[in-house]
Design a protein around this ligand. Sequence first.
Ligand code: FES
Length: 354
Amino acid sequence: MTEINLTIDGVPVAVSPGTTVLEAARSAGIFIPTLCHDPELSSPGACRLCVVEIPGLRNLPASCVTTASEGMEVRTSSPAVVEARQTILELLLANHPVDCLTCHKNGNCRLADYAYRYGVREERFHGEKHAYPVEEDNSFIVRDMNKCILCGKCVRMCAEVQGNNVVDFAFRGFNTKVAPALNTGLAGPDADCVFCGNCVAVCPVGALAERDMLGKGRYWEIDRVRTTCPYCGTGCTLDLNVKDGRVIGVTSAADGDVNGRALCVKGRFGYGFIHHPDRLKTPLIKRDGRLEEATWDEALAEIAQRMGTVKAGHGADAVGVFSSARCTNEENYLMMKLARAVFGTNNVDHCARL
Ligand code: FES
């Protein structure tokens, strides 16, 4: 395939046909800020923060939706580009609450990061502010649409990755708002939200938040421990958010091997069992009608003895094993082997129905 040769900030770059200017710049390690663009989603070219200068073009095109062409010369940080980005940020901040001191996204907010990078310190435009009530109608996701910058990533994540189309742009002009059907909130009767939280995972500002994580810790105070979701055999990658030795939440990351940022409601929000006081930490053996804590050696010896008794008294097919979709393939294979080779039965099943 013939390569396209262009220069970006004087650096020669060769890319395959169809590559956008943004992708070409990133492949060369050249920074361009983005708010509405996401490599896993379609590009609407909406926020315009990724504008670049291309001599010969009348306006500053959005690099995320401009295809690289042969001989193109791109300037990513010319005075005109920087001024345009500053103005875009100032316009976004004009109707933003700018409550960064108390915002849970402090330390992980793209809007704040770019305002810092481009030296946008004061509000040049003084526009009307929204006064939406914070939506807390469900147990999982809090929506503060006063902070929404209308990048539309949550809309596209829900439609293109999750396939649920729960939210979309509603109303017009200044009143434009990302909302579920009939603007009833995510728990509304017509919303059909499955609370996967994938919208939260792509929100670049503080408009969407995991409800249980609010107030539990600042971004920089939290360790993110990469692990594998235990709920089913898919094995999604997730990050346990740990503060002071306790898991305070779950987030997902684009470099997750299996799932990227997509998780289901259980993987993202079903971590309450980790520190639950009722959680079983040792095997229990029923003695004289009461469950008593036991060691694994004691429990396995009890199981072996009782299984042997059943098999001796009633034959191998009186025994069955029931494995779990939460186990790995290897563990399920071993369970099958135990049933067939040791117990001598084909009575093997599992709980693939979660
Ligand atoms: Fe390109 Fe928003 S990132 S228009």
